[in-house]
Design a protein. Structure first.
Length: 135
């Protein structure tokens, strides 16, 4: 039985695979651009022209990059029998939602979604091992 743990955030995903006592780790970089919207007054005079910031363009581009990132992760875990997602922020929840919408066979193998802080590589491996021992 192939058990997979995915520690995921916006920058990278660490995929830990456990099978027949063997352990492997793969890192998937997200390549998501971090958008720092610059804006404000286009003039030093009160009531002068304002720069219009197109937040929707940035958000749409980020969503497309997230979908590509999630697709790469899904391709790396498609042979899993049991999956656990963990990590900081909401990226793991967004990935879970993507699995349910586009990768339903993988979504059925999802055992849990957990919050976890940043971890070293060894801590990630230990976390995955411990999770599957307990569950």
């Amino acid at each position: 039985m192939k058990k997979v743990g995915v520690w995921i955030d916006k920058n990278k995903a660490q995929i830990v695979k456990l099978e027949d006592g063997l352990e492997s780790v793969k890192i998937v970089e997200s390549n998501i651009e971090h958008f720092h919207v610059k804006g404000g007054s286009g003039s030093r005079f009160k009531g002068g022209p304002q720069d219009v910031i197109q937040d929707s363009k940035y958000l749409e581009r980020e969503n497309q990059q997230l979908k590509k990132y999630f697709k790469t992760i899904a391709e790396n875990i498609k042979d899993a029998d049991a999956i656990v997602l963990f990590g900081p922020a909401q990226t793991n929840e967004k990935f879970s939602k993507e699995l349910q919408e586009r990768y339903t066979t993988l979504a059925t193998k999802l055992k849990a979604i957990k919050k976890a802080d940043s971890m070293s590589d060894n801590e990630v491996k230990a976390w995955v091992r411990d999770f599957f021992i307990k569950h």
